[in-house]
Design a protein around this ligand. Structure first.
Ligand code: CP
Ligand code: NVA
Length: 309
């Protein structure tokens, strides 16, 4: 069976730890593993814009000894309506993995169903699991060990119905964290994702809380994360969302309530003065640049791990 990484819970707790540890190791030595020597090609396809994901996969695949084939779907036949199944059956004869940023999760699942090589989620409307690996690796690095993740209080405030919220729920529960989502009414995470996170948390010692109060989410948190209020595709709701989310900004008041020295995370791109204040993202507690760097190390770890399965 080909292993894919379509959502955070595609890795068991032990497998997530293994990948995170490898990410930390790759930060120490960028060339410890080169599974794509040859070079083998990896397709990295974008149906949506990207800076970090595009650069980190391209650089990472090259550092793994491979050849990154970065494809803008609008310049491919996929963008002109060629079926996902046919695309998968062509690509998998030529590349060692398919990394895809797209819209519906079902599109990614269809690619995986027809691909004989690993398919990796580079962001869908529902999940952004590579980002969560980077976030948790950055926290582990700051705290000196992957062992430090279990038991942490992890707060995410903002759009509870977006890909980051869903991935923090599944990925955080897998890591044994106490995940708290603070989001306004009408922006609750998908109930099935919450239920799955609760189920995972039962076995990892973690927990899940969803609240409509910013303060309840961040109080005592060891890490406080947020994300844009306007995800790709939500642009027409910009005015409405700016009003609805106004009480869910991560700022100095959030950090007063959080644990002393709590880490500030943001997957980026960030909008200062909206979901996060300048003093929070640019302050001493922010680890956002390390977090962005870990996109490289974590995705290399994931690709190397998948190649070994
Ligand atoms: N965080 C993240 O995925 O950034 P990009 O959209 O720039 O890839
Ligand atoms: N939630 C954001 C994440 C961007 C990396 C979006 O989907 O646009």
């Amino acid at each position: 069976m080909t292993r894919h990484f379509l959502r955070d819970d595609d890795l068991t707790p032990a497998q997530q730890r293994e990948v995170l540890q490898l990410a930390l190791d790759f930060r120490q030595d960028r060339y410890i593993k080169q599974p794509f020597l040859g070079p083998k090609a990896v397709a990295v396809i974008f149906d949506k814009p990207s800076t970090r994901t595009r650069v980190s996969f391209a650089a990472g695949i090259a550092e793994l000894g491979g050849y990154p084939l970065v494809i803008d779907s609008l310049t491919s036949q996929l963008g002109r309506g060629e079926s996902i199944a046919d695309t998968a059956r062509v690509l998998d004869r030529q590349v060692s993995a398919i990394v895809w940023r797209t819209f519906g999760q079902e599109r990614l699942e269809e690619m995986a169903a027809y691909s004989t090589v690993p398919v990796v989620n580079a962001l869908t409307d529902l999940f952004h699991p590579c980002q969560i690996l980077a976030d948790f690796a950055a926290i582990a690095d700051e705290r000196g060990s992957v062992d430090a993740l279990a038991g942490l209080n992890f707060a995410y405030v903002g759009d509870g119905a977006n890909n980051m919220a869903h991935s923090y729920l599944l990925g955080g529960a897998t890591a044994g964290m106490h995940v708290r989502i603070g989001t306004p009414e009408g922006y609750l995470p998908h109930p099935e994702v919450v239920a799955k996170a609760e189920l995972i948390a039962e076995s990892t010692g973690g927990s899940v809380v969803v609240t409509h109060h910013h303060d309840d989410a961040v109080r005592g948190a060891d890490a406080v994360a947020t994300d844009t209020w306007i995800s790709m595709g939500d642009e027409l709701q910009t005015d409405q969302r700016s009003t609805v989310f106004a009480d869910f900004q991560v700022n100095a008041a959030s950090l007063e309530l959080a644990a002393a020295g709590a880490h500030v995370l943001h997957c980026l791109p960030a909008y200062r003065g909206k979901e996060i204040s300048a003093e929070a993202i640019d302050g001493d507690q922010s680890i956002v640049w390390l977090e962005a760097e870990y996109r490289l190390h974590a995705q290399k770890a994931l690709l190397a791990w998948l190649e070994e399965q």
